[in-house]
Design a protein around this ligand. Structure first.
Ligand code: NAD
Length: 348
């Protein structure tokens, strides 16, 4: 089986590629190599005969058509996207161009290819999306996002992902393209670009710099270890029902303040610095439109496909801190990229 993975030089796409190759699947990594990408993320599989790389942009339809024709994939896993909410607040246009127009291009290129092959039933277009399309939940822990939750995106990022989800469903209903969709909660783990909360906090704490926590730190996220997400995605690709959506989450809700406090405790143990790293925590002006709470009901993927997260949050956070301690040569050069480590998302 050959899978065309878009965004495979990013955080989650690279985890999917490493896992797929380890399971004997052929992968074509299509990536535009934006600021968020690093080919080092896939260095461990780059020399495998199961791996190929195509430097291309999903906004370039001709390039997509050439790549489909050249590699004859059995499935597409579409992860390429602009993914940082704060950047979407400062500059939404890239999010519209890549996440909406790029997805449209990819759907059209996939449809042309699929029709040309005689519309095989077993072809799959797997669109990877976010729980942020559902908006924000109240504090009541019994209320979670299900696949039936009404879409209510509230940031340019989540609105662009919601639009893409609608396009993918429309291509299934209208043209019969065999699609599956997944909406996942916040991921964390190795190779996470240092602008996102967890790596940012680890790197700032190591430097003894203030740890900026938005608002009062009470926003709740449901965290999932990235390799568990990759496993869920390959499960849905293989066994998910065509035309169906699956929510993916970690059953691990924490406030941002709780999360940063745990990271500090792990760092206190692994890299003691005289004073607790938690003393570096500072509350800063909140993100505009900051969603209060996300939580995923995983009943569908658990009940229908038997998937469950395997890494607890405490174990995953420890592994992640250890990875950042051991891999400074990966993250240090990325700090020089535009905007990395800076406060973004305030230009309203
Ligand atoms: N990170 C999360 O917690 C999370 C949670 C749920 C869903 N998602 C979704 O998963 C996907 C991957 O997220 P991530 O965190 O790995 O993102 P990322 O920013 O780390 O990686 C995105 C990748 O897409 C590539 N890309 C961007 N624009 C492109 C374009 N026009 N053409 C080709 N490639 C392009 C980048 O170069 C990069 O390698 C996204 O679709 C995101 O919406 C992410």
């Amino acid at each position: 089986m050959t899978i065309l993975v878009t965004g495979g030089a990013g955080f989650i796409g690279s985890a999917v590629i490493r896992l797929a190759v380890s399971r004997g699947l052929s992968v074509v990594n299509l990536d535009a190599l934006t600021y968020a990408a690093s080919l080092e993320n896939v260095a461990s599989v780059a020399s495998s005969p199961l791996y190929a790389f195509e430097h291309a942009d999903i906004r370039d339809r001709a390039a997509l058509e050439r790549i489909f024709a050249a590699h004859q994939p059995d499935a597409v896993m579409h992860l390429a996207a602009e993914s940082h909410v704060d950047r979407s607040i400062d500059g939404p246009s890239d999010f519209i161009e890549t996440n909406i127009n790029g997805t449209f291009n990819l759907l059209e290129a996939a449809r042309k290819y699929w029709v040309g092959k005689g519309k095989p039933d077993d072809f799959r277009f797997h669109h990877i999306s976010t729980d942020e399309v559902y908006g924000s939940l109240p504090a009541d822990p019994s209320v979670k996002f299900t696949e039936e939750t009404r879409y209510d995106p509230r940031s340019p990022y989540s609105a662009s992902k919601a639009a893409a989800d609608h396009l993918v469903r429309a291509w299934h209903e209208t043209y019969g393209l065999p699609v599956v969709l997944t909406n996942c909660s916040n991921n964390y783990g190795p190779y996470h670009f240092p602008e996102k909360l967890i790596p940012l906090m680890i790197i700032k704490a190591l430097a003894g710099e203030p740890l900026p926590v938005y608002g009062d730190g009470s926003n709740v996220r449901d965290w999932l270890y990235v390799d568990d997400h990759a496993d869920a995605l390959l499960t849905v690709l293989r066994r998910g029902e065509t035309g169906r959506s699956y929510n993916i989450g970690g059953n691990s809700e924490r406030t941002n303040l709780e999360l940063v406090t745990v990271l500090c405790a792990v760092l206190d143990e692994l890299r003691p610095s005289g004073q607790s790293h938690a003393s570096l925590i500072r509350f800063v002006e909140d993100r505009p439109g900051h969603d209060a709470r996300y939580a995923i009901d995983v009943s569908r993927i658990a009940g229908e496909l038997g998937w469950r997260p395997s890494v607890t949050l405490d174990e995953g956070l420890r592994r992640t801190v250890e990875w950042y301690l051991d891999n400074e040569s990966w993250w240090r050069p990325l700090l020089a990229r535009k905007g990395a480590g800076e406060r973004l998302g305030t230009k309203v």
